[in-house]
Ligand binder design. Structure first.
Ligand code: MOS
Length: 710
C-alpha cells in the first residue's frame, strides 16, 4: 500500500487500511436506530406541514377555500400564495412555491396545512378546496414536435452540440451503416428515506436551523439563505445520515421551502416528510429520451462515423438539460462525429438528476447500437469495441489519465466465459426458456471539485477530521475515516470524523461521483499540513492538543490536461420464456476500472447497487404518462415497478488494478454512478442473443417480445 503523504517515495504506511473490506463504522448506529435521520430529530413544540397538490397540469388558481381545514382542531395555518412569505431569489422556479396563482404542472404544491400532528395536517389538506382556471397543457415528448429547442448548454456545463468531420458523407460511403432510434422512459428516483426537512427558527428570526435529507448541506444552506433573504451564516443545515438519494436530494426541492415557510408562519419548528406518492411529483425524475444513433464502418470493422442525436424533455418553469450524448463524445474512435441535444418544454414536473444522469440513458442507446453494428460487421462485440478503441480523447485530443476499458472487457470476458460464445441468436434452449448473453461498456467522468477540511489534534491523542461531506448510505463515513487515518498515518480508532453539517468546512456535494475524490483530496491536504506543522513546531515531541490545520483545495489542474473517466464492462446472461415473454437475469458481471478502491466492501456494494438499479431499468422501471391528466400515473410501488430480490440473480462485481493520481491524491476515481451505466444495454443485447428480437425501447417488458416469440 502506498503512503498518500509521500506518493513519490512509495513508503508503506503501517496504519493504512486503504483498500481493505472494512465494515461500515456507522453500521451499528444504523441498525440499532441510534443514527438520527432528518425527520427523527426531536425538538419541542414541533408542528407538521402537509401540502395540497394541484389537480390540473396548467392554469391558475381562481380561489382557495381553507375554512373547513382551519376549522379542524389542531390546525394552525393554511399556507398559499395569498399569505405565504415572498421569496427573495430562487434557484429555479420549482422551489418557488406559493409565490403566484400560476400552476405549471400537475402535483405542484398550491397550498399546505400546518397542524399539531401529521395526521391532522394530512386530513386538513384534503379539506382545502382549490378552484382552478384550467388551460390546455402539453405533456407528451414527441420527436416530431416543432417546438424543440437547443439549450445553451447541457448539464452541468457541457456544450450542447459537437460536430467534427462530415457525418453524411461518411455514412454514404461506408461499407456498413446503422441508423436506429432508441427510447428510454421517464424514471423516478426512490431512495428509501423520503425527502424530509425539519425547520427551526430562533425566537428572534435571525437564525434558521434545518435538519434535512440532502446530498450537500452547504448547497441547501446557500439556496435557502438566498431565497429567504438571509446571510449564509444565519442558516445551519445538519444532515449526518441520509437514507439514499440517487441525485434526487442534490438540490432544494419544494418540501424544504415548505418547512421553512411553515415554521416562519406559525413561529414554531415545522417538519415535512414527502409521502412516497408525493415523491413522484416534486423530487425530480429522469427525463424520457428519444435517441437516434447513426454509425458507419469500413469493411475492417473500424468506425468512420458516430452520430448521436438526443431529444428529451424539460419543464416550462425551469430548464433541465440532461447530458445524454456526453459519453458518446469520447467512447470510440471515428474521424466523423456529431452529438446534439434538443429539448421539449412541457407542462410537467421538472426533471432532475438520477443516478448517472446522461451516461445512463445515453449508453443504453450507444451500447445497443454498438452490439447491432458488431453483428452487422460480422464481429464479436468485444472485438468490435477493441478495434475502435481511441488512443486520445477523440473530441478534445487530450490523453486519457487512465483508460481501463480494454482491460475491463478482457478481464470480464475471461471471468464470464465469453470465448465459448456462439454469436448466432436464438439457438440456446433450456426447456421453454431461450438463453443468451450480452456485453456492454460502461463509463462515467472522473472529476473532483474544490472542498475544504480541517484536522485537529485532541487531548486524548485522537484527530478530529471535519468536513461537510454527505454519506447517502454510500459508505463515506467509513471511506473518509480510512483516507484520514492513512494520511495521518494513525490507526483508524484515532480518527474521529465529523460530516454533514454546515458548521464544518465547506465541501462539494455527494453528486457526480465526486464525493470521495473531492473530500479525500481536502482531507489528505489538511492531514499533510497538520503533519508538517507537527514536525516543524513540535519536533516530534508530544503534539499539543488543539493544534489544527485546514486545507482548501482548488480546481484540479489535471482536468485541463487529461480526459479523465472511469470505465467498466457489463456482462449479462438472460433467459426469455418462449410462452410468456418474461425475462429473467440469472447472472450479471461488472468489471470496473475506477481508480484505487478505498474500501473493497462499500465499493462492491456501490457497484452492485448500481448494476441492480440498471437491471431494474432494463426490465421494470417506467413512469407511465397519462397525456389527458398531464402527469405520470405511477405514483407508488404497486404501479411503478422496481427490481426486488426475486428479480436479481447472481451479481458479480470485480475491478482491475488502477491508481490514478491525476484524478485524486488517493488514486481513486469515483464509484457512485458507473455501476448503472451499460447494464441495461448488456441485458438488451443478451435478450437479442437469446431471442433474435432487438428491443430498442426500455423497459424490456414481455409485450415487446411476445408477438415475435414462436
Ligand atoms: Mo448524482 S445523480 O450526480 O447525484
Amino acid at each position: 500500500m502506498t503512503n498518500l503523504l509521500t506518493p513519490t517515495k512509495e513508503t508503506a504506511s503501517a496504519n493504512s487500511t486503504l483498500g481493505a473490506a472494512l465494515d461500515r463504522i456507522d453500521g451499528p448506529k444504523k441498525v440499532t436506530g441510534a443514527a438520527t435521520y432528518a425527520y427523527e430529530h426531536a425538538v419541542e413544540h414541533v408542528t407538521y406541514a402537509f401540502p395540497v397538490q394541484s389537480t390540473i397540469a396548467k392554469g391558475r388558481i381562481a380561489a382557495i377555500d381553507a375554512r373547513a381545514a382551519l376549522a379542524l382542531p389542531g390546525v394552525l395555518a393554511v399556507l398559499s400564495h395569498e399569505n405565504a412569505p415572498r421569496l427573495v431569489a430562487t434557484d429555479g422556479a420549482e422551489m418557488a412555491i406559493f409565490q403566484s396563482d400560476a400552476v405549471a404542472y400537475h402535483g405542484q404544491f398550491v397550498a399546505a396545512v400546518v397542524a399539531e400532528t401529521i395526521e391532522t395536517a394530512r386530513q386538513a389538506a384534503q379539506l382545502v378546496t382549490v378552484h382552478y382556471e384550467q388551460q390546455p397543457h402539453e405533456a407528451v415528448l414527441r420527436a416530431e414536435s416543432a417546438d424543440l429547442y437547443k439549450p445553451d448548454h447541457v448539464n452541468p456545463f457541457y456544450e450542447t452540440d459537437t460536430e467534427s468531420g462530415d457525418i453524411e458523407t461518411a455514412l454514404a460511403q461506408a461499407a456498413v451503416t446503422l441508423d436506429q432510434t432508441y427510447t428510454t422512459p421517464a424514471e423516478h428516483n426512490n431512495p428509501l428515506e423520503p425527502h424530509t426537512t425539519l425547520a427551526v427558527w430562533s425566537d428572534d428570526g435571525a437564525h434558521l436551523t434545518l435538519y434535512d435529507a440532502n446530498q450537500g448541506a452547504y448547497r441547501i444552506r446557500d439556496t435557502v439563505a438566498q431565497a429567504f433573504g438571509l446571510a449564509p451564516e444565519q442558516v445551519r443545515v445538519i444532515s449526518p445520515y441520509i437514507g439514499g438519494a440517487f441525485g434526487s436530494k442534490a438540490r432544494v426541492h419544494p418540501q424544504v421551502v415548505l418547512a421553512v415557510m411553515a415554521a416562519q408562519m406559525v413561529r414554531r419548528p415545522a417538519k415535512v416528510a414527502l409521502t412516497r406518492q408525493q415523491m413522484f411529483s416534486v423530487a425530480g425524475y429522469r427525463t424520457p429520451t428519444i435517441q437516434r444513433i447513426r454509425l458507419a464502418a469500413g469493411a475492417d470493422g473500424k468506425l468512420t462515423a458516430i452520430a448521436h442525436d438526443v431529444i428529451e424533455q424539460t419543464a416550462t418553469i425551469q430548464e433541465f438539460a440532461e447530458q445524454t450524448a456526453l459519453a458518446t463524445r469520447m467512447m470510440y474512435a471515428a474521424p466523423n462525429r456529431r452529438t446534439t441535444h434538443r429539448l421539449a418544454r412541457l407542462d410537467m414536473p421538472v426533471p432532475a438528476f438520477m443516478r448517472a444522469p446522461g451516461e445512463c440513458p445515453g449508453m443504453f442507446a450507444l451500447e445497443s447500437a454498438m452490439d447491432e453494428m458488431a453483428l452487422a460487421c460480422g464481429l464479436d462485440p468485444i472485438e468490435f469495441r477493441l478495434r475502435n478503441e481511441p488512443q486520445l480523447d477523440p473530441e478534445t485530443g487530450r490523453p486519457f489519465s487512465t483508460r481501463g476499458l480494454v482491460a475491463c472487457l478482457q478481464e470480464g470476458a475471461r471471468r464470464f466465459g465469453w470465448q465459448q460464445r456462439d454469436p448466432r441468436p436464438g439457438l440456446r434452449r433450456d426447456g421453454r426458456w431461450l438463453v443468451g448473453t450480452g456485453v456492454a461498456a460502461s463509463t462515467y467522468p472522473a472529476r473532483r471539485r474544490p472542498s475544504s477540511a480541517r484536522v485537529r489534534v485532541e487531548s486524548d491523542g485522537r484527530y478530529t477530521v471535519a468536513i461537510a461531506a454527505a454519506d447517502l448510505g454510500t459508505g463515506a463515513w467509513t471511506a473518509l475515516t480510512q483516507i484520514a487515518a492513512d494520511a495521518l498515518d494513525v490507526p483508524l480508532a484515532r480518527v474521529h470524523l465529523e460530516i454533514g453539517d454546515t458548521a464544518l468546512p465547506a465541501a462539494q456535494i455527494a453528486g457526480g461521483s465526486m464525493g470521495t475524490t473531492s473530500w479525500g483530496a481536502a482531507i489528505v491536504e489538511a492531514a499533510q499540513a497538520l503533519r508538517k506543522r507537527l514536525h516543524e513546531e513540535y519536533h516530534d515531541i508530544v503534539p499539543a492538543a488543539g493544534l489544527e490545520a485546514t486545507a482548501e483545495t482548488g480546481d484540479n489542474p489535471a482536468a485541463q490536461q487529461f480526459a479523465m473517466h472511469a470505465y467498466g464492462a457489463q456482462f449479462a446472461e438472460v433467459r426469455v420464456n418462449r410462452d410468456t415473454g418474461e425475462v429473467r437475469v440469472p447472472r450479471l458481471l461488472g468489471v470496473f476500472a475506477v481508480g484505487r478502491i478505498i474500501n473493497a466492501k462499500t465499493a462492491r456494494s456501490q457497484l452492485l447497487g448500481g448494476m441492480t438499479m440498471g437491471l431494474s431499468m432494463a426490465l421494470h422501471e417506467e413512469s407511465v404518462l397519462d397525456p389527458q391528466f398531464g402527469d405520470y400515473v405511477t405514483h407508488d410501488f404497486a404501479s411503478y415497478h422496481i427490481a426486488t430480490n426475486a428479480d436479481v440473480g447472481a451479481v458479480e462485481v470485480a475491478w482491475i488494478d488502477e491508481d490514478d493520481r491525476h484524478v485524486s491524491p488517493m488514486g481513486a476515481k469515483g464509484i457512485g454512478e458507473i455501476g448503472i451505466v451499460g447494464t441495461a444495454a448488456a441485458i438488451a443485447n443478451a435478450v437479442y442473443h437469446a431471442t433474435g428480437i432487438r428491443v430498442r425501447d426500455l423497459p424490456i417488458t414481455l409485450d415487446k417480445l411476445l408477438p415475435m416469440l414462436s
